[in-house]
Write a protein that binds this ligand. Structure first.
Ligand code: ZN
Ligand code: ZN
Length: 252
């Protein structure tokens, strides 16, 4: 059983209306032992960076209130963007987050055959210079927005780029996440594709967090049982939780 949801949004993100409190109640109801809020930080003006004090205050109050029931961690999901690396790093160094997801959200809508390639290329360029994160988020997220979603996506075609991405991630002692939001979409699977997880394992990757990307309470811990089976199938025997940016491994 997976006991930690490390990708959760609340109304501190512009795309969620849910109170942090309701996400935590749902996590307790789902018998989780850890929940990490990871609201959006996206420069210049999407995200909670202007309300960061309120975010920490509310989470610290809830941490105290729920102490005997669940571990609450304070995280952020930052959007990778070449233009804002410095501002993002300044922001992250000023505030004591437990965990940071770095996500490539921007997609270049060039001809379809180039969309996937350019997406991974942008990710590679970003993480080659931006290192202030814990895990890279939802690695093949691009399939959500490609003209035909995943129909023309074969991870094998991008193993070169993915290998370079993973070598950087592993060398810097960072990790990746398995994000279950894809189960709520047409392609009905986690991000990233199983083949990409196998490649990460083959290259020596160890750090994996699990996240639902829930924007409302019914999606907390969504399809975590499937992730548990998948991890075992690929040969992983643990997943990670983070506190003060330090990973701790939990056996599955
Ligand atoms: Zn995201
Ligand atoms: Zn998210």
């Amino acid at each position: 059983m997976i006991l930690a949801d490390f990708h959760v949004h609340s109304n501190f993100s512009p795309d969620s209306k849910t109170n942090i409190y309701d996400q935590i109640i749902s996590a307790v109801d789902n018998n989780l032992k850890y929940i990490c809020l990871t609201d959006h930080v996206e420069f210049p003006d999407f995200g909670f960076q202007n309300y960061v004090q309120d975010y920490f205050k509310e989470l610290n109050d809830l941490k105290a209130e729920f102490k005997s029931k669940i571990n609450i961690l304070i995280g952020a999901e930052v959007s990778l963007d070449f233009r804002y690396h410095e501002q993002i790093s300044d922001f992250l160094q000023k505030h004591k987050f437990d965990f940071v997801i770095a996500s490539q959200h921007s997609i270049r809508f060039v001809p379809e055959q180039d969309v996937f390639y350019n997406y991974f290329e942008d990710m590679l360029k970003n993480i080659a210079v931006f290192t202030d994160y814990s895990v890279v988020g939802h690695l093949d997220y691009v399939i959500r927005y490609a003209p035909n979603q995943d129909k023309n996506f074969d991870p094998d075609d991008y193993f070169d780029l993915l290998t370079q991405i993973f070598k950087i991630i592993i060398k810097q002692n960072k990790g990746i996440e398995i994000n279950t939001s894809g189960f709520r979409r047409d392609f009905m699977r986690q991000h990233p594709h199983e083949k990409i997880l196998q490649l990460y394992k083959k290259l020596g990757g160890k750090i994996i967090t699990i996240g639902s990307d829930a924007h409302n309470p019914e999606h907390i811990a969504y399809e975590f049982n499937k992730v548990c089976d998948l991890l075992k199938k690929i040969g992983f025997d643990s997943y990670a939780v983070f506190q003060n940016r330090i990973p701790k491994f939990i056996k599955i």
